[in-house]
Design a protein around this ligand. Structure first.
Ligand code: KG4
Ligand code: ZN
Length: 337
């Protein structure tokens, strides 16, 4: 039995969730709109926004989880442990969540659980009823990472392929920027792509060995393509350009996923991370599942982009395994597992 509070603050979303015996009771997310005007996340502004959001977000998560307990103090007393995202991410952002969790742990005298953000994205697939059994493969695609992970058990995850340069989310966001779309451009490319022809324009697909990815060439390919066009071309062809860029990114991802299934023999396939919210990728995975006989899983939309529920479910398994950390635990920007 465990009642856990989890805090996520690795990038530009402040989130808190409560998990009781592996069931998510609440998951609050405060988005930071301040970055839109700068075309990307500004680390200093992200840290400040986390400072503003963290208390109300934690309060809201506890209040929703324990509606019959009238005061924050009573709700906090229900907790068995406090979990937080330790790495990777923006160091100033991580510091806010880490320090908050450590302060709570110290004042409540409850144990602390440190969670790796990328492992949590994978384990988001274990939230809810429809979930994969082990072993499964997970394509984790976010703004900072692109990985294929072999999950043997909740705490035995191995990265078997990853990007050697840009992440898939960056490929979306940087292409969107070239098209004059605001940050983050991924969801907008998704939106416009729905009206466009994915085969209208052809962009370069890299030939990278093994199960690794590369997306920096795609950005350059889009840039050179746009430079050759007449003024007004983007406006007149926005849907077709978006559909073609999205098609290329999905095709790069699916090709390596297929290869991973062939190499490992594992046929349960999940996706995770912010880019797994992409409607084209979700459809392509389902179609690949039908075509190749894979069982496919996609987390609910709210568990794809950054959220504390995925930190909470990971903490649930760590709690069972007795994997606690002490107050000396600090955040790390680096991605090593
Ligand atoms: O996992 P996430 O929320 O944060 C990181 O840990 O990076 O991922 C954010 C990324 C951004 O690059 C954003 O553009 C992308 O996910 N994204 C999408 C969609 N929704 C979010 N990309 C394509 N289509 C979407 N619908
Ligand atoms: Zn993420």
């Amino acid at each position: 039995m465990s009642t856990l509070l989890a805090i996520e603050s690795s990038c530009d979303e402040t989130s808190a969730a409560v998990c009781v015996d592996g069931q998510i009771l609440s998951n609050f997310i405060a988005n930071q709109t301040v970055h839109e005007q700068y075309g990307g996340v500004v680390p200093e502004l992200a840290s400040r926004a986390h400072m503003q959001h963290i208390v109300p977000v934690v309060d809201a998560a506890l209040a929703q989880a324990f509606p019959l307990l009238p005061t924050p103090a009573e709700r906090l007393q229900k907790l068995d442990a406090i979990a937080f995202t330790q790495a990777p991410g923006l160091i100033g952002s991580l510091l806010v969540g880490t320090q908050f969790a450590k302060s709570l742990s110290l004042s409540l005298n409850k144990p602390l659980i440190a969670v790796h953000h990328m492992q949590a994205h994978v384990l988001a697939n274990l939230i809810g009823e429809e979930r994969p059994t082990f072993p499964f493969l997970c394509l984790t695609v976010s703004g900072g990472h692109t990985q294929i992970v072999l999950a043997r058990s909740p705490l035995d995850l191995e990265v078997i392929g990853e990007t050697i340069d840009d992440a898939a989310g960056e490929a979306f966001d940087k292409s969107a920027k070239l098209l004059g779309l605001p940050y983050p451009g991924g969801p907008l490319i998704d939106k416009y792509a729905k009206e466009g022809n994915p085969l209208a324009f052809k962009f370069a697909e890299p030939q990278i060995p093994e199960l690794n990815f590369s997306f920096s060439g795609l950005k350059t390919s889009v840039l050179y393509f746009l430079q050759k066009q007449e003024p007004g071309f983007i406006q007149d062809n926005l849907a077709d350009i978006c559909a073609s860029v999205q098609y290329t990114i999905i095709s790069i991802l699916l090709r390596k996923l297929k290869k991973a299934v062939q190499q490992t023999g594992v046929r349960q396939v999940c996706i995770a991370g912010g880019v797994s919210a992409n409607s084209g990728l979700r459809k392509a995975l389902q179609e690949a599942g039908v075509k190749h006989g894979w069982e496919t899983f996609i987390p609910k939309f709210e568990y794809c982009t950054d959220n504390a529920a995925m930190i909470a479910i990971t903490a649930y398994y760590k709690y069972q395994a007795g994997e606690f950390t002490d107050l000396s635990a600090g955040p790390s920007a680096r991605a090593e597992w």
